[in-house]
Design a binder for this molecule. Sequence first.
Ligand code: UDP
Length: 304
Amino acid sequence: MKILITGGAGFIGSNLCRSLCDQHDVICMDNLITGKKSNVDGLNVQFLKQDIRTPFDIKCDIIFNMASPASPADFPKIPLDILETNSFGVKNVLENAKKHNARVIHASTSETYGDPLEHPQKESYFGNVNTLGPRACYDESKRFAETICYNYHHKFGTEIILARIFNTYGERMRKNDGRVIPNFITQVLKNQDITIHGDGSQTRSFCYVSDMVDAFTKLAFSDIKFDVFNVGNPEELTVKKLATIISTICKTDTKLVSKPFPQDDPKKRKPDISKIKKILDWEPKIKLNDGLKKTIEWFKSDLA
Ligand code: UDP
């Protein structure tokens, strides 16, 4: 199969490249705005430095659309790039899919649920998103992306799977990504205080990247023509508990310091994954403690 992975040099994209490149003909496309070329160095992939905001014409059977900055730390820095990537960029991906009759696995996000009022979140929940807040550039453009995918499927028959990714972590995350796991690991390894936003009682549910890659692969090779799935690990914990677990694994008792709670930061998040479990028999296998140990080892190496 000829597989195009947009955002292929980013965190999840590069792990997908790594997993698929031995059995398939993989093209890794990335504008390197947040991705790193070194994430795919040495892999049997064709690398193209290209931005999905510019129309492209690449013959392929499957497209994984992983292109978009995704860390809340990126949102205030490059909001217009994010808005354009998830609107004009996604349209270009869909045009390419339409032309070559390719199937699209689109990386959507739990951010489409915003600060959810339903818990855990099912695919049927419409969400609670502020259009004018600091996260809106990502949340709203990702919501738009789902809608344009839905309409390409209904108007042109393009096969599209929307995979709503919940918090994911693992090798090849940027050390300075700004998200909670890279921040806490980096702080603990450098013996710096751990920065807790608010009182740390907000919850998240973290999925190890190899489980995420398995889910995306199952979705890609299924015969579903169009659907939306939550993909994540339902093991929920508070941010404060996460800090304790990372300190314990690293055998430190690093001090916690409180920072202001960011505006619109979701107070809880946990995927209901019964749909993907029932239809594709997928569920995460890696326990948080085991995934964190592997991630910490990787962060300790010079590769991160
Ligand atoms: N967070 C924190 N300290 C940090 C970074 C993040 O307490 O140094 C919190 C953040 O406010 C949020 C949670 O950890 O409540 C997860 O944040 P992240 O940026 O990883 O992703 P999000 O789930 O918000 O998209």
